[in-house]
Design a protein around this ligand. Structure first.
Ligand SMILES: NC(=O)c1ccc[n+]([C@@H]2O[C@H](COP(=O)([O-])OP(=O)(O)OC[C@H]3O[C@@H](n4cnc5c(N)ncnc54)[C@H](O)[C@@H]3O)[C@@H](O)[C@H]2O)c1
Length: 376
């Protein structure tokens, strides 16, 4: 359950920790920038390890430097095991607003192949956060939409809002997109199959899939509760697998092309600091590799499968966590080359592109939308 005391605890943990996990140019230890060693110098002989470390700049700059003698190399890239952030209960979840003014009628020339007209797209986890905003870009690009979420009431509410927003942005347009809401627990095969059948019954078909249902939470690896570990992998990995295979089977039966976009994370490629999240990182690496494997397996069926790996994105939920953890926010931002977090809107273009014919020859790709985080 998400409790702000937990978040406060995290801040406290960060504050009391003597090993800052993120580095800014200003806070980088001078020794890293200024030490040099003459070509002819030899390491001084000393009996005392600490004294030896102090005198030898090379030795003192390694992680092997005795504890407490000098700042150890690598201290900024370490996980802080005391930091815990649990995924909130549904009732504590902040709501996501529908994006204003990003769709709509426009007369700017662009390629017709970016259009998703005459398609039906299913988005898992589409009631909130990144899934909701990507769903909105899909509707704005001409596709009908099925939002599938654990939280059906919110999915229904957002489906209505998406159509209202579309109507506002497209005055005079007679045909409104067909946007429906459906329940599924993506980790449960029966629930997934029922949802897919329900969507096909309502829309007649499914052409595209975006798997955005997923979550993260932070516990150190040793004390990660086993039931939560299974749930995390169940939603992030099984959920992606089950929906992708279910929709691919439907496309193969219809003998039509399709496009699948899986939402991974930069955490599938790097290890985030300072928050400990080994199972999430492993889950997102699995998502990326599933996308690549399915891309190869289904290439002969004209089904493209790609992955989008977002960096730190400001959703209603991350905004709430970071508002309560300003230290964590500052540390995250200090590690992003572009110097700011992403917004859900930053995924609107990439997801539309990958679903559309503009990406017809792209399959098995992983598009990182992370402000350059994974480059450094
Ligand atoms: N927000 C970020 O910074 C960020 C960064 C990288 C990757 N991601 C990934 O993007 C995806 C979306 O994240 P978000 O930030 O929008 O999260 P979110 O919590 O705002 O939204 C997730 C949605 O998924 C739904 N969901 C959760 N469990 C489900 C289940 N078992 N079955 C069906 N629906 C379920 C929730 O009800 C919610 O509507 C996740 O896979 C996440 O790991 C997020």
């Amino acid at each position: 359950m998400f409790r702000s005391p937990v978040a406060r605890q995290a801040v406290k943990a960060l504050n009391i920790n003597t090993r800052p996990a993120a580095v800014t140019a200003a806070s980088r230890p001078a020794v890293a920038n200024t030490f040099f060693r003459g070509l002819s110098s030899t390491a001084p002989r000393a009996n005392d390890e600490a004294e030896k470390a102090k005198k030898d700049p090379l030795l003192s700059a390694t992680t092997k430097a005795p504890e407490g003698t000098i700042d150890a190399e690598g201290r900024f890239a370490r996980v802080d095991e005391s930091l815990q952030i649990e995924y909130p209960d549904d009732e504590h979840m902040p709501r996501s607003p529908v994006v204003q003014g990003r769709g709509g009628m426009h007369f700017k020339r662009t390629l017709a192949q970016f259009s998703l007209e005459n398609k039906v797209t299913l988005v898992t986890g589409g009631a909130r956060g990144l899934g909701l905003v990507m769903a909105q870009s899909i509707v704005a690009s001409g596709s009908d939409l099925a939002i599938v979420d654990l939280n059906k009431a919110e999915a229904e509410e957002q489906a209505q809002k998406l159509v209202e927003q579309f109507r506002k942005e497209n005055p005079g347009l007679e045909q409104m997109p067909n946007v429906t809401a459906h329940y599924a627990d993506v980790a449960d095969p029966t629930s997934v199959n029922e949802a897919i059948s329900e969507v096909i019954a309502k829309h007649g078909k499914i052409d595209n899939l975006v798997t955005s249902a997923g979550f993260t939470e932070n516990f150190d690896a040793i004390s990660y509760p086993h039931d939560r570990l299974q749930k995390l992998w169940g939603v992030n990995v099984d959920g992606t697998y089950l929906f992708a295979t279910g929709v691919a089977k439907h496309l193969m039966e219809r003998k039509v092309p399709g496009s699948i976009v899986m939402i991974g994370s930069m955490s599938g490629a790097i290890v985030n600091v300072p928050q400990p999240q080994a199972p999430y990182n492993a889950a997102k690496a699995a998502v990326r590799q599933l996308a690549a494997s399915f891309a190869v397996e289904w290439a002969g069926h004209d089904i493209r499968v790609n992955c989008i790996s977002p960096g730190y994105m400001l959703t209603a939920l991350t905004r709430k966590i970071l508002d309560e953890n300003p230290e964590l926010r500052d540390k995250w931002i200090s590690l992003i080359p572009v110097g700011k977090m992403g917004t859900p809107e930053d995924l609107m273009g990439p997801v539309t592109f990958l679903l559309s014919d503009a990406a017809k020859y792209i399959t098995g790709a992983d598009i990182r939308v992370d402000g350059g985080y994974t480059l450094t």
